[in-house]
Design a binder for this molecule. Structure first.
Ligand code: UT7
Length: 332
């Protein structure tokens, strides 16, 4: 029997209906549409405003679309890996909640936290179960409701983040398509440049932590920017080199949507023209675990069977990485 590879066979994505524009933010903090656009490329982001709705509800919508496209029932899903930093609850895992909401009664699952690289980590983890031959339908979810942990008085962070995400289905492939290679990295010494100070076991919630606004995202933007630019570009170039891919062999770059300038630099380092660089940062901002699945959703129709895709991310932790995959189907 030929080697089993893990291929994406269906995609779903979702962003909440409410939109927060740069003009809206101008009324909330000392910023401008011009500053946000030139420094980040973002024009608007979507926010989940409905009371009682959480990350799992975004995932439900994405998974419904995916199941519908693939024409299967949730009962056929065997494993759910849910990448997020904004799980519905500290515990149990949002994977459990999602399985209950969609009726995936035969699946087991867990959450995976690697900030903006969460989806890539989850994809590579899910691929192992397919390649091992133990699972044949693995759902990989990347969703964040960042508005739950964003301080809308802090112009350093509130202009960047939005809510949304998506899911992909991994299934075995016997034609050598799907995930080919991954380079995943982490460096915990960067943890204090982008993090949520309180709420975990180090600093559990107190009146003081709430008063000091420590349950929101804290970011030293400039430092993170420097690490992101060099590491995301470096890892993307390395994955090309170790798979003997020249720039002309790469069909599409799907890079984490945190800042257009970081994406542009990564593409330049890889020698890719702008037509091959997929971008939707202007509409969604940075949805953390959600950016790569939202790129899949928005640009799926462009992909042809056999296309070479490079995925690249950088995020809090620090975490970063790149995955090389061969697209497995033509879109109708
Ligand atoms: O997704 C996970 C990884 N995260 C990232 O990759 C994000 C990486 N960082 C960034 O994208 C950028 O650093 C930011 C977009 C967060 C900030 O852009 P920057 O070009 O690095 O700006 P800066 O922090 O160096 O600030 C430049 C100036 C400062 O003013 P002075 O000191 O030059 O007078 C800031 O106070 O811009 C000011 N500033 C703003 N002005 C208007 C900072 N934020 C804003 C704002 N509106 N929202």
């Amino acid at each position: 029997m030929s080697r089993i590879t893990a291929a994406i066979t269906a995609i779903g994505g979702y962003v909440p209906k409410d939109v927060l524009t740069n003009q809206d933010l101008e009324k909330m903090v000392d910023t401008s549409d011009e500053w946000i656009t030139t420094r980040t490329g973002i024009k608007e982001r979507h926010i989940l405003k409905e009371p009682g709705k959480a990350s799992s509800d975004i995932a439900v919508e994405a998974v419904k679309e995916l199941l519908d496209k693939r024409g299967i029932s949730a009962k056929e899903i065997e494993l759910v890996i849910f990448a997020t930093v904004t799980g519905d609850l500290i515990f149990p895992a949002s994977a459990n909640i999602l399985c209950d909401k969609i009726g995936a009664t035969n699946a087991w699952g867990f959450d995976l936290g690697a900030a903006c690289s969460g989806f890539l980590y989850a994809l590579q983890t899910g691929a192992q179960f397919i390649q091992a031959g133990t699972h044949s339908k693995v759902l990989v979810v990347g969703v964040d409701k960042m508005s739950a942990i964003i301080d809308y008085q802090d112009r350093n962070t509130c202009i960047i983040f939005g809510d949304g995400g998506g899911a992909v289905l991994l299934e075995p492939n016997y034609e050598g398509l799907g995930i080919q290679d991954a380079i995943l990295k982490s460096d915990g010494s960067g943890r204090e440049f982008l993090f949520q100070k309180s709420g975990g076991s180090l600093r559990p919630p107190t009146i003081e932590t709430v008063t000091n606004r420590e349950h929101f995202v804290y970011q030293e933007g400039k430092t993170v920017f420097k690490f992101a630019v060099t590491n995301m570009a470096d890892v993307s170039k390395r994955i090309m080199e170790q798979n003997n891919l020249r720039s002309e062999d790469v069909n599409w770059l799907l890079a984490h949507q945190a800042n257009k300038r970081i994406i542009d630099y990564t593409a330049e380092t890889m020698g890719l023209p702008s037509e091959k660089v997929l971008m939707n940062i202007q509409r969604y901002g940075n949805t953390t675990s959600g950016t790569i699945p939202l790129l899949f959703k928005d640009f799926e129709k462009k992909f042809k069977k056999g296309d070479n895709l490079i995925l690249a991310t950088f995020g809090g932790g620090f975490t970063w990485g790149s995955i090389y995959l061969k697209w497995a189907y033509d879109c109708a």
